[in-house]
Design a protein around this ligand. Structure first.
Ligand code: NAP
Length: 246
């Protein structure tokens, strides 16, 4: 028996990077896991197959995070396929950056929709099914705490919205036995931010430990919050950034 045996988790953006690591970690602890993806169906299927090969149960659902109907449908689809939902991880994200004057209105709307609006809507839809308590874990960014280099205003703003979302949810949902927390990754080796890219050296220099995080580092903190060890943590933000914001 794992610490999450009998639980069902929904992880958005579970096809790659941090979300895939979270899905595997929660499944390894015994949870049945639904993951969402935007376009990378093959990657999502690989994550499902890896979880099944390890003896777990998983499914992948296409759900564009800017589409409110798709988000509601993925919650209902998870409940009808896996019977319940106990853990929601709002992880899907994009990195739009560059000179402030070049950011477009479409990029502003899309970034806020994927990071903030989708997380709100998914939480709202999922808590209806968390009848025995639950866990909501939002994936923010160390850039919501400090912005040490230019070009990230929009991204930082969109991730900062998750601070208010998390604290509000903690207050709204505490009486229902549902916790809400925020994990702030720093530079983490994924397709979004490869540790081998030439520009990664600059990000590495901002860390105290002179290294990138691995997706598994973030996933381990999510498991801590999702499992029994996290029962009295709510409204909190935990930063896993190798010391970038130290
Ligand atoms: P990634 O490797 O690029 O993966 C992004 C995931 O989000 C994929 O599963 C992708 O689906 C999904 N996604 C993207 N746009 C979507 C949309 N419009 N609708 C639905 N799903 C969408 O990124 P990552 O590095 O793992 O990042 C995961 C989270 O951590 C993000 O919220 C990111 O902002 C945050 N974060 C990352 C870092 C870092 O250094 N990597 C640092 C701080 C915070 P497809 O595979 O279908 O494209």
């Amino acid at each position: 028996m794992g610490q999450l045996t009998g639980k069902v988790a929904l992880v958005t953006g579970g096809s790659r990077g941090i979300g895939a690591a979270i899905a595997r970690e929660l499944a390894g602890a015994g949870a049945d896991v639904a993951i969402t993806y935007a376009t990378a169906k093959d990657h999502a299927q690989s994550v499902v197959e890896a979880i099944e090969a390890a003896g777990g149960r998983a499914l992948a659902v296409q759900a564009e995070a800017t589409d409110a109907d798709a988000l509601r449908a993925v919650v209902e689809g998870t409940v009808s396929a896996l019977s319940r939902i106990d853990i929601l991880v709002n992880n899907a994200g994009i990195a739009v950056y560059g000179p402030l004057e070049e950011v477009t209105l479409e990029e502003v709307d899309r970034t806020l929709a994927i990071h903030a609006r989708a997380s709100f809507l998914l939480a709202q839809a999922a808590v209806r099914h968390m009848t025995e308590g639950g866990r909501i874990i939002n994936i923010g960014s160390s850039l919501a705490e400090r912005v040490p280099y230019p070009g990230w205003t929009l991204y930082a703003m969109s991730k900062s919205a998750l601070i208010g979302l998390t604290k509000g949810l903690a207050r709204d949902l505490g009486p229902l036995g549902i916790t809400a927390n925020l994990v702030h990754p720093g530079s983490t080796d994924t397709d979004m931010n490869p540790a081998a890219a030439p520009e990664a050296d600059e990000e590495r220099r901002y860390t105290a430990l002179n290294r990138y995080c691995a997706p598994a580092d973030i996933a381990a903190t999510v498991l801590h919050l999702a499992g029994p060890t996290g029962r009295n943590i709510t409204g909190a933000a935990i930063t896993v950034d190798a010391g970038t914001t130290a």
